[in-house]
Design a protein around this ligand. Sequence first.
Ligand SMILES: *Cc1c(COP(=O)(O)O)cnc(C)c1O
Length: 297
Amino acid sequence: MLTIPEFIPLQSIKHLSNEKVLVDLLRIDQFHPIVSGNKWFKLRFYLEEAIYQQKNTIASFGGAYSNHIVALAYTCQQYGLASIGIIRGEQPAKLSHTLQAAIQFGMQLIFISRSSHNEKEAVKKEFGKESWYWINEGGYGLSGAAGASTILDTLDATSYTDIVCAVGTGTMMAGLIKKTNMQQKVIGISVLKNNFSITQEVNALLTAEESNRNFEILHAYHFGGYAKHPAELLQFMNNFWEQERIPTDIVYTGKLMFAITDLLQNNYFTNGSKILAIHSGGLQGNLSLSNGLLNFK
Ligand SMILES: *Cc1c(COP(=O)(O)O)cnc(C)c1O
């Protein structure tokens, strides 16, 4: 079984830190070569629940480059559970690296047409069995948020004024909000275009008291939408690599670090701010790029 490391590297981002603001990066991308990042934190309580309910198979949804799917395949194998990935789209002639890895970890893949992916309940009825435990796409849900909140158990985060993370389903952000106090602010960088319902989806994972804490989701850094990666983003990621030797990904953490850099330039943060950025991992998305676009992979 996987355990949470007691210590996760915390790295100062020197070129963004100065006498006015400090930026530290929590490298949860580094804690495991395969289940890098937030996915393991989001999955852990679902897997415990499934075992408690004596299920033998975990099923979930995802796309061809889903960090969630590969993390699920790997962790299920570790726990001795079977895993099923319901994958959006027709089965391609050549599977993505992500899906190949998932199969290697014992996952069975089922491809469904794009439209029917929206009818998840119908899919569950059609394919599901009594012995299966279902996890929402991306691990969205209360147990996912509870798991994600344990990201902040790995360090003393109380001295940070701002905690900044990338937002897909909002599960990780909800988890972080759960662990903050009234003096702290959680800032989420939405990676989907105009996904304004996300605030409601985050709130649905919070208690009334937690909903009153200080948090904000910013919508200006999606670069055109989910997994969209114009040259400006790639160039930023290459520069960030040259300056800090830290890899980021086109889907989440590249946009996150771009946003933080831009917010600093626009004096979004007050003097004396101490910013904790979450490197949530997930370098899978970069595998969809053709060679040579990134100076690292
Ligand atoms: C999945 C993922 C996210 C998004 O997490 P949510 O809880 O869905 O908002 C952020 N960063 C990385 C690297 C991810 O893989």
